[in-house]
Structures are given as structure tokens and as C-alpha cells.
Design a protein around this ligand. Structure first.
Ligand code: SF4
Length: 353
């Protein structure tokens, strides 16, 4: 092994032992990564995850309830300015029937994900949350509906929502400014995450790997931010361009770096809930299984009505059938069992205190 490779391997060993590294060492671990280090981190991350969570993967039933959004994030296929997007909203009845079907399939967590759609006022969304809570009292309800006020988050929590996913997107304010229009604010995003945690949600953040203009130092900032913030969940997936956005010709993120970072994140934050995302499954065949073998422990099959799935196109070629679809749980079970994992039928609460 060359001196350079030995240096990176030493850092990987230190990360596995201490669950942290100084920022400059994390930078080297990313920029000078090689196959051996990747394999070492992957095995350590997988073993650590197994010690904490066993050989089980948590499933979350994803319901994409609206693709209207008042924002215009440059990377997103359902941004306000995309006139090509065919817009839809699910009714309360449709959402409840997704939950009912999901419950029958074994889901004990529902994730209601949507754009920032002003139609879903606190009253409307709160009423939906309360109805799901009444229908499935033993389930966890996760919301992923963007930035709202502190009061709004509190009201939805009071209505029965347990968890909230809000990707921070980047911990670098300048980078944030290159991914979003001026009407959006880095400080507001960070404040929203703090609000969620303070209210008592199990809170998730995350970012895109290989997003336009992202550098290794920015990824280090993301890792540092997350380590300090202490999220219960972290969603990372490769950036994938969408043809009807300003970033249509930007290069996609890679599965290789995403998998590497999943291992690093597992080792830095051992108890965090870490999905193998649909974007990872889209960018490479078997990406989701590779994610589990790299330290992820959650998958989020799609429970949305089949008729709207193609309309929730955040990026091109997004998977929504096969084992990405909740009704094909058997396919998912099979593909996980091939890599030695089973599906946990439980709420799968975070162990992060
Ligand atoms: S990323 Fe979210 S907030 Fe931004 S445009 Fe897309 S749905 Fe809206």
C-alpha cells in the first residue's frame, strides 16, 4: 500500500474507533478515498448498524400528497416555474386509503411528502394527521412538507405528527444561495430545523450528493453540521438532474460517493436512521441494496396511488414501480433477503436521544 493510501486507511480506522475526525481529516478521507478504504468503511458501518439495529430494515410508506410548490429550487422537478409538471393534490380520503392499504401490508410509519403547497393550511393538514392518528394509533406519522412557522409545526405535532423530514440541502450558506432563488434563505432553513427539534419531533435533515457547485469542503461542513445538530434521521441521495429545471445539464451525483458517505455517516452517527433512497436506487441498479450494505437501515416504498406516481418527478427517470412500490413488498422482501436482511414490522423509532 502506498504512503498516501496508508494515510487514508489510518483515518478510516480512527473514524471507526472514535466516531469522529477533525474536519481536515474528513476532507482527506473524502478527497483521497480509494477502493480499499471504501470497503473497510462499508464493512465497519454495516457491522455497527447490525450491532445496533440487527439485520433488519425499517420500511416507511411514502405518500406523495401534493406536487404543488410555491418555491423554485433550481434542482427540483416540481418547482413552481416548471410549467410542464402536471399538478395534483390527494384528497384526505385518498391519503387515508393509502394508509389503510399500507397498514394492511405491514407499514407502521407513513411519510406524507409534498411541496410547499399553501392549500395545505394547518387546519387541512392537521385534520389529515389527526385522521391518520385515529385510523392507525400504533403508527408513526412523518411529515415532509417544507418550511412552516414554529406555530404551524407545533400545531401539526399536537395533531399527532411524530417526525418531520426537512433536508438542510447544504450547510454552506453560499452554496445554499447557488441552489435556491433569493426568496429562500439558508438561515430560515436552519431555524426551521431547530424549531422542529425543539418542539419534540424526531427530526430528519440531509443533502444531495454531487449537487451542482458542491465541493468536498462543503460535504465536510454538512457532516459537521449533522454531527452537531444530532438529527434522528438523515436522507442523502445522489443529485439527479431534471430536464425542465435550470440544472437540466448539470452532471449527476454518483452512487460511489453516496455509498461512501452513507458509511461515513453511519460511523459518525451510529444510531441515526439512514434511508437507502429512491435516488440511489435510480442512479444504479441494486443501489438500494448496496446502500443497506453500506450502513443504511431504512427504505421508503411508494404508497401513493399509482396514477400520480409519475407526476411526482423530482428528477428524471425516478423509480416508482418494482420493489420501489409498496404493493410489491414481496419483491423488496426477496431482494433484502438475498443480502441477508429482513423487514421490521414496527414503527422503528429513532434511538437517538
Ligand atoms: S425542493 Fe421542495 S421546496 Fe424546493 S421546489 Fe422542490 S418541492 Fe418545492
Amino acid at each position: 500500500m502506498s504512503d498516501a493510501a496508508k494515510k487514508v486507511m489510518d483515518l478510516a480506522v480512527r473514524l471507526a474507533e472514535n466516531h469522529d475526525l477533525p474536519d481536515d481529516a474528513l476532507y482527506t478521507l473524502i478527497t483521497e478515498r480509494n477502493e480499499e478504504t471504501a470497503l473497510f468503511l462499508r464493512n465497519e458501518a454495516r457491522a455497527l448498524c447490525e450491532r445496533i439495529y440487527g439485520r433488519f430494515v425499517y420500511i416507511r410508506g411514502l405518500i406523495e400528497f401534493t406536487n404543488y410548490c410555491k418555491n423554485d429550487c433550481y434542482y427540483c422537478g416540481i418547482r413552481r416555474s416548471n410549467r410542464e409538471a402536471e399538478r395534483y393534490r390527494l384528497t384526505e380520503e385518498e391519503i387515508l386509503s393509502c394508509c389503510e392499504a399500507g397498514y394492511g401490508l405491514g407499514f407502521r410509519t407513513f411519510v406524507l411528502q409534498g411541496g410547499e403547497d399553501p392549500y395545505f393550511t394547518d387546519e387541512r393538514l392537521g385534520s389529515i394527521v389527526a385522521s391518520i392518528r385515529g385510523l392507525c394509533p400504533d403508527c408513526a406519522i412523518t411529515l415532509s412538507a417544507g418550511e412552516r412557522s414554529h406555530d404551524s409545526y407545533r400545531r401539526l405535532h399536537d395533531a399527532g405528527a411524530d417526525r418531520y423530514l426537512l433536508r438542510h440541502e447544504t450547510a454552506d450558506p453560499c452554496h445554499y444561495g447557488r441552489l435556491h432563488p433569493e426568496s429562500m434563505s439558508f438561515d430560515k432553513r436552519m431555524a426551521a430545523l431547530k424549531d422542529l427539534k425543539e418542539i419534540g419531533y424526531q427530526t430528519g435533515c440531509g443533502f444531495m450528493v454531487g449537487s451542482p457547485y458542491q465541493t468536498a469542503s462543503m460535504i465536510v461542513k454538512d457532516l459537521r453540521f449533522m454531527k452537531e445538530f444530532g438529527p434522528h434521521m438523515i436522507g442523502i441521495g445522489p443529485f439527479l438532474s431534471h430536464k425542465d429545471t435550470p440544472f437540466y445539464d448539470m452532471e449527476n451525483g454518483t452512487a460511489e460517493l453516496t455509498l461512501y458517505l452513507l458509511s461515513v455517516i453511519r460511523l459518525m452517527m451510529p444510531k441515526v436512521l439512514l434511508p437507502a433512497t429512491t435516488a440511489l436506487g435510480t442512479v444504479t441498479e441494486g443501489g438500494r441494496e448496496a446502500g443497506i450494505l453500506s450502513g443504511a437501515n431504512v427504505v421508503m416504498p411508494n404508497l401513493s396511488p399509482a396514477g400520480v406516481r409519475k407526476k411526482y418527478m423530482l428528477y428524471d427517470n425516478k423509480l416508482s414501480s418494482g420493489s420501489e412500490a409498496a404493493e410489491s413488498l414481496e419483491l423488496l422482501r426477496e431482494s433484502l433477503s438475498k443480502i441477508g436482511y429482513g423487514i421490521a414490522v414496527s414503527r422503528g423509532d429513532s434511538l437517538v436521544i
